[in-house]
Design a protein around this ligand. Structure first.
Ligand code: PYC
Length: 395
């Protein structure tokens, strides 16, 4: 699907570090919307091999802060046209998304989110347990008797998509417009002269450039070290697993913050399941039995009839967490160095809007208005964008 380039050019207008969804989307919109085609996307591994290919593909805009709701709502809008833009089936499937509430305080947060969402035109409703049962007849509302479901936040636009295809679509679209994608090309240093980016050192030689975008998820702290920037990002593994394919029975996406579960069923019938972060900082993508056991137990609290279903695969990604659970995006104190990071456990759904807003920011040198709540300087100003209440599960 992509041109293979055996050599790197001596220079590019923009170098993007990270050939995941976000980096490729930025390249795609730079070329398509801003006429900037002399762009190299570098990856030390392979295209879409990081968190883009490791997430559980949930798309939603039912956030808590006005900044979050507007940003993700724009992303959901962009998702609608993507398959046609790419001429590629992304298996985008609108399912509806339930965030279950098992306590009065969780129910209060669901009402709060529903009100903020509706204020910005996003379709979310606080619903009662009977509504949940009608939509998901096989759910045990008592959850084994120890975490009864009181209600939920129901978000009709909630969707899933085929994650690999998103990376391929953006990659192919960027490639066709002249962007060069260089896999197995690791950035080993970034040259900064008089406070300005001058180029990047790679395992295949030096590349001159005045604009670098860092879009590397869990590897962000290592790249930031190269330009002397620090952020409060901390990195935890986030694991997930998938079952054998079974007959279609689950249409909506179901999330339980108290049981630490999110689950959806793919078009192939597999259950794609995830939980919270591993509870320690670690730069590793290994899988653990502990995770599979705990997640299975919580799945069975809700859906006891699945007890004979087998888990087929398990994997992990690296989540770059921020203290306020909002991303870090935009210009930085280093001239020409741009950041798209802090995506923690919520980055896949933002892929299109990140591409749109970061390409605008790179092309103009000014932060796009939709990312003003996510700038790197908010931590120094103590002006956080508190999204923890909208995280899928507790961390
Ligand atoms: O934020 O929707 C989300 C999410 C799903 C899985 C992990 N986070």
């Amino acid at each position: 699907m992509f041109t293979r380039h055996d050599t790197l050019k001596p220079g590019y207008d923009v170098v993007i570090i990270g050939a995941g969804g976000h980096g490729l989307a930025a390249a795609y919109y730079l070329a398509r919307d801003h006429g900037i085609q002399n762009v190299a996307v570098l990856d030390k591994g392979y295209l879409g091999g990081g968190n883009t290919g490791r997430n559980t593909t949930i798309i939603r805009s039912n956030y808590l802060t006005p900044e979050g709701v507007k940003f993700y709502d724009e992303s959901v809008r962009l998702w609608q046209d993507l398959a046609e833009d790419f001429d590629l089936n992304l298996f985008y499937s609108t399912r509806g998304h339930f965030t279950l509430a098992h306590t009065d305080s969780a129910m209060r947060t669901m009402r709060w989110r529903a009100e903020v969402n509706k204020h910005f035109g996003v379709r979310s409703e606080a619903v009662d347990a009977a509504f949940v049962k009608r939509a998901i007849p096989s759910i045990d509302l008592s959850c084994g008797g120890h975490a009864p479901i009181l209600g939920a936040l129901f978000h009709a636009p909630g969707a899933i998509a085929r994650h690999d295809a998103v990376a391929w679509g953006y990659g192919r679209g960027a490639d066709r417009r002249g962007v060069e994608i260089h896999q197995q090309t690791e950035v080993t240093g970034i040259r900064v002269q008089a406070g300005r980016v001058a180029g990047v050192e790679t395992t295949r030689g030096f590349i001159g450039t005045s604009r670098v975008l860092c879009a590397v998820a869990g590897f962000t702290p290592r790249i930031l070290d190269m330009v002397g920037l620090s952020t409060p990002i901390y990195v935890h593994p986030l694991q997930a697993m998938v079952s054998e394919p079974i007959k279609a029975w689950l249409d909506p996406i179901v999330v339980s913050g108290s049981l630490h579960v999110y689950v959806s069923q793919t078009a192939r019938g597999e259950l794609v399941m995830g939980a919270s972060l591993d509870p320690y900082e670690l730069h590793s993508t290994r899988s653990t039995l502990d995770f599979a056991e705990n997640l299975s137990a919580h799945m069975l609290d809700m859906f006891p009839f699945l007890c004979e279903v087998k888990v087929n695969r398990q994997w992990a990604g690296l989540a770059d967490m921020t203290p306020d659970f909002a991303p870090i995006m935009g210009v930085t104190p280093v001239d020409g160095f741009y950041i798209d990071a802090g995506w923690g456990t919520w980055g896949f759904k933002a892929t299109p809007v990140c591409g749109k807003t970061m390409s605008h920011t790179l092309a103009t040198g000014r932060n796009h208005e939709l990312i003003e709540g996510f700038t790197i300087d908010r931590f120094a100003r103590y002006q956080l964008t508190g999204e923890k209440g909208a995280a899928s599960v507790g961390h």
